[in-house]
Design a protein around this ligand. Structure first.
Ligand SMILES: *Cc1c(COP(=O)(O)O)cnc(C)c1O
Length: 381
């Protein structure tokens, strides 16, 4: 039995040494912990992690090591996993629709914070959850832009209904709070401003002060060739608007980032299976695998091509259509992608900023999707 190497220097060492024929996600615990500390230092309130964006246990363990003490969970399986790895962490059950068995499971697991966006689901909680020491956060939505896609079409009460639900939750003895999600990869800080001002209006309308305001996820990760998103600008806008809108009645703030915390901690290595008649690129991964999100929120501009020796391919770019490996015609990356003209079969396409909604939504469709996760000291080079 030989010794197997478990921590790599960087993605190009993996390419040159392993020449992997299956897709590989490269994880940097260092980048993840640095981002977590940036949220913990900069966000003016409690930082929780949205588990669905990347539920890998190494991710959860590194977040706990960095000081994250709360998790946004959406199912009994996520609740059980967090209870096992971080038994004392706060669990926020922020999927606003749950079956009765799911509610009972969460009560047994000691969940104290719940979100809701409708009368029917609020009445279910009032019936099944002991109010003592429990918080109900009413989720509301606004028609604002700024995000890559809008979660408000599925979840969130109108402000008028939210005021009614807030008053009902308080009347039933729960700690009344508010929550929203501005939409994922939200690059416009003003979206948070509009939601926070509306939250203050909902409290006035209901004549109920919110104990906490959860400003959601939606924090962007670094997907463009430009500079990384300025998270601190978003944090300071949230802080300033919360004080302006609520004054002395300012609630404690909470956030629940997924993408913004984990996105930049992974780099994805894919391989060119074929350059069909010097035209279309066929990769060993696509929209049924680790690249599932690209048709939904757009291509990643932080893309490099490396030869099997690990060296970057350079030279004038050629626009190419890029397909995934399955026989399904929707398995294609959006538009055309500028790749070095020197690209060859057997080269590697390396996508940065791939930690969120990649391994979590990978499928085995058509027999593909064998995704390996390796750890590296650095994602550069
Ligand atoms: C998905 C989700 C999040 C995380 O969203 P990101 O855009 O990844 O930050 C946070 N809160 C809730 C309720 C969610 O459903």
């Amino acid at each position: 039995m030989g010794l197997s190497k478990t921590i790599w220097a960087n993605p190009s060492e993996i390419i040159r040494t392993k020449r992997p024929d299956h897709p590989v996600l490269v994880f940097s615990p260092e980048v993840l912990q640095t981002t977590a500390r940036r949220f913990l230092r900069g966000f003016p309130g409690l930082v929780t992690y949205a588990v669905k964006s990347n539920p890998d246990e190494m991710v959860i363990e590194n977040l706990v090591a960095a000081g994250i003490r709360g998790f946004d969970v959406a199912s009994p399986a996520e609740i059980d996993m967090i209870r096992r790895i971080a038994p004392r962490a706060a669990l926020h059950y922020h999927n606003p629709v749950r079956g009765r068995d799911e509610i009972a499971h969460a009560v047994r697991a000691g969940v104290k914070t719940w979100s809701v966006d409708s009368r029917s689901e609020l009445e279910k909680l009032i019936e099944m959850v002991p109010a003592e020491g429990c918080e109900i956060s009413v989720r509301f939505t606004l028609p604002v832009r700024g995000a890559a896609y809008d979660f408000g079409t599925k979840f969130g009460a109108t402000p008028v209904l939210a005021a009614e639900l807030l008053a009902r939750a308080a009347g039933a003895g729960f700690m009344p709070s508010l929550t929203f999600h501005p939409g994922t990869q939200c690059t416009d800080p003003m979206a948070w401003g509009a939601y926070i001002r509306t939250a203050a209006e909902i409290c006035r309308l209901a004549d109920v002060p919110a104990r906490r305001l959860n400003v959601g996820g939606g924090f962007p990760n670094h997907r463009t060739r430009g500079p990384a998103p300025a998270l601190e600008e978003i944090f300071s806008l949230i802080d300033r608007v919360a004080t302006e809108a609520f004054g002395a009645a300012r609630p404690a703030l909470v956030c629940e980032p997924g993408r913004g915390l984990v996105g930049d901690a992974f780099t994805h290595i894919t391989r060119v299976k074929a350059l069909r008649d010097d035209s279309h690129v066929f990769l060993n991964d696509g929209v049924y695998g680790g690249l599932a999100e690209l048709p939904l929120i757009g291509n990643i501009e932080r893309l490099e091509v490396r030869a099997p020796c690990g060296a970057p391919r350079t030279g004038a770019a050629v626009n190419r259509i890029v397909f995934g490996p399955t026989c399904d015609s929707v398995d294609r990356l959006p538009g055309e992608i500028a790749l070095p003209g020197t690209l060859e079969e057997g080269d590697f396409l390396v996508f940065h900023g791939m930690g969120a909604y990649s391994s979590a939504t990978n499928t085995r469709f058509n027999g593909f999707g064998q995704l390996e996760i390796l750890t590296a000291l650095s994602l550069r080079g």
